[in-house]
Design a protein around this ligand. Sequence first.
Ligand code: UDX
Length: 439
Amino acid sequence: MKLTVIGCGYLGATHAAAMAELGHQVLGMDIDPDKVAALNAGRAPFFERGLDELLAKHTASGQLRFTTSYAEAAAFADLHFIGVGTPQKPGEMAYDLTHLFSAARQLAPRLTGPAVIVGKCTVPVGTAPQVIDILREFAPAGDQVEVCWNPEFLRESYAVEDTLHPDRIVLGFTGENTRAESVIRQAYGRIIESGTPVIVTDLATSELVKSAANAFLATKISFINAMAEVCETSGADVQLLAEALGHDARIGRRGMRPGLGFGGGCLPKDIRGFMARAGELGADQALTFLREVDTINNRRRERMVDLAREQCNGVINGKNITVWGAAFKPDTDDIRDSPALAVAQKLHQLGATVTVFDPKALDNARKAHPQLEYADHPIEAADNADLLLHLTEWLEFTRLDPKAIAARVAAPRVIDGRGTLDPARWRAAGWAYRALGRP
Ligand code: UDX
């Protein structure tokens, strides 16, 4: 099939490459010429495992191309996926839907024949009908333009895998569609044939699935981090607690890793956007618990700063502190709302000299936080440190030799914010080891 993907960020670029991998002819469209140039050269403008390989393969084969032109996109196909960003409005809890409405507004006048528009971005419930209104108002093809809402559940760092092998496909329709369902089922044919469940819903439910899923995931993380707070005051160990709880299949271990909490471009903004929307709908009481989820999450960052102060004998000012990790989670270079950088920045404000190392996110961190120091190697970053903080759980940190690092620091004190360093190994190498939620 021929199709386009409008908006080529984490979601759109991955979707475009994955659709080409499924055998389709794909034109990706983005208004950012630099992004389009990189993608046409077979490179993602961000790090995502396996994506560069797919981009290189399919831009070379001619199956995948990128453009900045809406006219070209509209002429290329009659199936258009929309994957533009829906960030949080600055200073507000609600979503900024400018990019989405602008994409619909730009595409609409160029839709002269039957077309299917598939919304993939995360939106507050009730947005899809607004997109339909724009399309109906400005598209010459009028009601021959049909809309499907198809939320995307991909995790960064597993984006390619999650796109090609999703847990489920959710498709929301108006109820009056004639072609949309068969067109989208055909586009996802290979995924559906492999046994992936398809759940067909009304538009509102399809939008809500994504908000509800992210609210649940965030709640699960904050739940175990609230337990970490109780562990800290009672001498219990949250890592063992999580393991023991996880064996109950109703609870489950996945997505329940205690630590410095969640960040990134999705969970924080999605729970806030969800609360804002519930408020507008008069259902705000239903989601007041998400405020607590957000608060617990932010309290982990504060607790890390307090522990750091404690380890520095009450004075952070003037100390050399090494931070391992800048990305919001491992295997990505994404630093949006990164818990690690939030802690690094706070310690800098309190007068520490903070030296950051991250395997992939250093360039992005340098641009966003030029006031921090950076090192190109994790051990070099620890030179002369009064305190080492492990804040993003890259696998390579667990493989480093604590003895070799102890020889370089001013004081062998480490705080494990993610619970993945082996306390016995670090203590045996002479380190004073502390961790969130552990005795
Ligand atoms: C998330 C959802 O998982 C995904 O389904 C949705 O489409 C977008 O938002 P992502 O932002 O890529 O995906 O990250 P995820 O792997 O869910 O992690 C989010 C944050 O929570 C990270 O900061 C991570 O370190 C933290 N986290 C995750 C925990 O602290 N504990 C966990 O058990 C899981």
